[in-house]
Design a protein. Structure first.
Length: 356
């Protein structure tokens, strides 16, 4: 049977692993992509990584995510990360919606989901002895600065942003800016020097804004309402961090150590609006010190519908909630095979099984 995972290594990561192997203390950054239900397929790896492997050699570790990736990285910083990942997967999978809903209804449901996931453990995220969580959001500027939850204004603003992005990502920077909510003990220095066209704001995470920052990071335009005026942050409307940083195309190469990136695909797309633009992929430079782990095509082919869970499933399954929950739960269970394969490879890295 073929492996359930694929592994891509940047040149610096490959050289270091070939010479020294791979130890938990080698990892400095763990990114987590936006992507909604697709992130569920990483649940097995998440539980093993943060519940078993990384704790073997505790060190300061930067965890950065957008949308469901931000929620996953918050789970990683709970006192019991494995339990937090199981709780996140359960509550995310068991979302149900009527046939017709508006953005206010979905927003309230997602708030309830987030509260059930956090379950009073938010302070643990902010005070973990080693993990430093950063949550990426997108703040509307220009035409998206004052939509006021008026649907036609929001739609017009995002259509204008999408048209600009089709020309260049730099045009998108005229519609939104990156706002990074970061652990008070980590200034985010590696991201403060400009690396793309987007302006960036840095806001300290605290008890007053953690919940809203996590909600904003997953607030899909036109599906959820924007989160407004987050405590400690510049006033305005905040949306899904994946709009700018879908797969987190960030300057990882600035760190001397390695980046371990469990991902649901084997490439990095900069922004959500770039999904349909195949010529927009991450530069080789940002992957220099990266270990990118993703489900293999053979693994995906064995899942229900021969694909990862995704947001379209809410429409595809309609009101047959039980069938969707069954199939998503099956996929999450299968993700344990990915964790087992990664554990075997890390124990004895076989460079022939990796793409460099």
């Amino acid at each position: 049977m073929t492996s359930p995972i694929t592994i891509r290594l940047g040149p610096r990561a490959a050289a270091r692993i070939a010479k020294e192997g791979l130890q938990p203390a080698d990892i400095a950054i763990v990114p987590a992509a936006a992507g909604g239900p697709k992130g569920l397929i990483l649940n097995g790896i998440d539980q093993w990584l943060f519940g078993a492997w990384l704790p073997q050699a505790p060190r300061e570790l930067r965890l950065i995510g957008a949308s469901i990736g931000a929620w996953r990285m918050a789970a990683a910083a709970f006192a019991d990360p494995a339990a937090a990942f199981r709780r996140l997967a359960h509550h995310y999978t068991h979302q149900t919606y009527p046939a017709k809903v508006d953005a206010a209804y979905v927003t309230n449901k997602v708030r309830e989901l987030l509260d059930a996931f956090l379950d009073g453990h938010g302070a643990e995220v902010l005070r973990h002895p080693h993990h430093r969580v950063s949550v990426i959001t997108a703040r509307g500027i220009g035409a998206l600065a004052n939509t006021g939850d008026v649907r036609w204004r929001e739609m017009a603003g995002f259509l204008l942003a999408a048209a600009g992005n089709a020309v260049s990502r730099a045009r998108l920077a005229g519609a939104m800016e990156r706002v990074l909510f970061h652990d008070a003990r980590d200034s985010g220095a590696w991201l403060r020097e400009s690396f793309d066209a987007f302006d960036a704001r840095f806001v300290t995470l605290d008890d007053a804004n953690l919940r809203d920052a996590l909600l904003a990071s997953g607030s899909i335009p036109l599906v959820l309402q924007a989160v407004r005026d987050i405590a400690g942050a510049p006033p305005g409307a905040y949306w899904d961090g994946g709009l700018i940083d879908y797969h987190l195309h960030l300057p990882y190469q600035r760190d001397a150590d390695l980046v371990l990136y469990p991902h649901f695909t084997d490439h990095i797309v900069p922004g959500w609006l770039d999904k349909s633009l195949p010529w927009r992929r991450a530069s080789d430079a940002c992957m220099d010190n990266m270990i990118l782990v993703s489900p293999s095509p053979d693994f995906v082919a064995r899942l229900p519908n021969r694909k990862l869970p995704d947001r379209n499933d809410f429409k595809a399954y309609g009101q047959d909630h039980a069938a969707r929950i069954r199939d998503w739960t099956f996929a999450i269970g299968e993700s344990e095979r990915m964790a087992e394969a990664l554990a075997r490879w890390i124990e004895k890295p076989d460079m022939r099984l990796a793409t460099i």
